[in-house]
Design a binder for this molecule. Structure first.
Ligand SMILES: O=C(NCCc1nnc(-c2ccc3[nH]cnc3c2)[nH]1)c1cc(-c2ccc(F)cc2)cc(O)c1O
Ligand SMILES: [Mg+2]
Length: 214
């Protein structure tokens, strides 16, 4: 049987990147997506905005919802301060299998914990199972209809503190209208839109950065 797109993306990393060099992994995936097959990574243009927020927050503890092939996991992981941790949740076992190999190839396995399962079940277990108090940064990039329920779940589980940053991908395309309305209208968030484009295309998309006010 044929390979899947994530498997072909992984082959491109193994062929064109250097083991232990996260930037070469990022470049290999971007080259693959620009010149061979589109894939739903946050991409190079929105990736620069993601990088700037990660550097600004310099999180001791970060959460990613939606690993896919691990592209944004590597982008975030390579910028974490020493001793910091990134937990990334993935529902699809085939995506997780590829992502683990991409994260390992980049040499970031000590900083990143990939957990398989549905976010709705895993978020309430974060404190007891992974010893999390609160997340300094949350990157939302999973199913677009899960952004709002999972944000409410993070609030209810006491996983956000005054100043925690939520950064959401795809708020225009495919779009997350209920999430956007919530963070932009709630007095508990200060929200800002970063206009960009859907990865590897000219279609409009953007990231929404929301500060939890407690
Ligand atoms: O669906 C997306 N991303 C989500 C994948 C995923 N990868 N993992 C999950 C998961 C879902 C539950 C989960 N529960 C716990 N972990 C979970 C992970 N979902 C996505 C789609 C597009 C896109 C745009 C235009 C198009 F024409 C077609 C597609 C662009 C993007 O940047 C995306 O991020
Ligand atoms: Mg996305």
């Amino acid at each position: 049987t044929g390979s899947t797109r994530p498997q072909r993306l992984l082959k491109a990393v193994q062929k064109n990147a250097s083991r232990g060099d996260p930037q070469s992994v990022i470049s290999a995936i971007d080259r693959f997506c620009h010149s061979s097959e589109w894939a739903m990574n946050v991409g190079d243009e929105k990736g620069v905005i993601l990088d700037s927020v990660v550097c600004e927050v310099s999180p001791g503890c970060a959460l990613e919802l939606g690993t896919y092939c691990g592209y944004s996991t590597v982008r975030i992981g390579r910028l974490l301060p020493p001793g910091a941790k990134l937990i990334t949740l993935e529902f699809n076992p085939d995506y997780a299998k590829v992502a683990r190999q991409v994260i390992d190839f980049a040499g970031l396995q000590e900083k990143v914990l990939l957990v398989e399962g549905p976010s709705g079940d895993l978020i309430p277990k974060m404190k007891e199972q992974y010893g999390i108090t609160t997340f300094d940064l949350v990157f939302l990039d999973h199913w677009k209809d899960r952004y709002l329920p999972d944000t409410k779940l993070l609030e209810e589980c006491g996983l956000l503190r005054k100043g925690s940053i939520l950064l959401a991908d795809n708020v225009i395309c495919p779009g997350t209208p209920d999430y956007l309305a919530y963070v932009r209208s709630s007095p508990r968030y200060e929200s800002k839109y970063f206009k960009s484009h859907l990865e590897y295309t000219k279609v409009e998309d953007g990231l929404e950065k929301s500060i939890f006010l407690g």
